[in-house]
Design a protein around this ligand. Sequence first.
Ligand SMILES: [Zn+2]
Ligand SMILES: [Zn+2]
Length: 175
Amino acid sequence: MLPYAIFGIHNSAINLAVELVILFLVVIWLAMVYWTYADARRRIADPLLIGCATAASLFPYVGTIVYMIVRPPEYLDDVRERELEMQGAEARLAELGYHLCPHCDYEVEKDFLRCPNCMRKLKDPCHSCGRPLDPAWKVCPFCEAEIGTAAPSPRRQRRRRETTSEPAAEQPSTT
Ligand SMILES: [Zn+2]
Ligand SMILES: [Zn+2]
């Protein structure tokens, strides 16, 4: 009876150890699924992609490892913060009178009408006082002239009579 009892004790100890290991692995796996979900939420904006990452992590261990390889490198908060910092820096530069061409990022002055680098139009001159106007303005802040609609400038009578080829100048060739 004794060997059998010893064997039985031994067997149940192994069973217990195996069960503990399995329990441990399951707990680790569940923790990894949760970690993947939490990490994906901090890095990915699209809820569908967060769901995909979490679903992939349900595949034990390998899913989470694959997620760690392909996940976005930055946290969303960091991206947002950096964008805010860049906007703030641009605003500070604009306050200092440092302007960039919106087309080619060449440094231009505030009252430039045309970018000296890419030759594109930056601002229109006021038809009345000639100062540079922002395209968003509806009235010239310098001389109060309305922009676009009412043009108080005298009508330019561009009567260009196109009198190019007069029939009198016709010279038929005589052969
Ligand atoms: Zn430019
Ligand atoms: Zn004006």
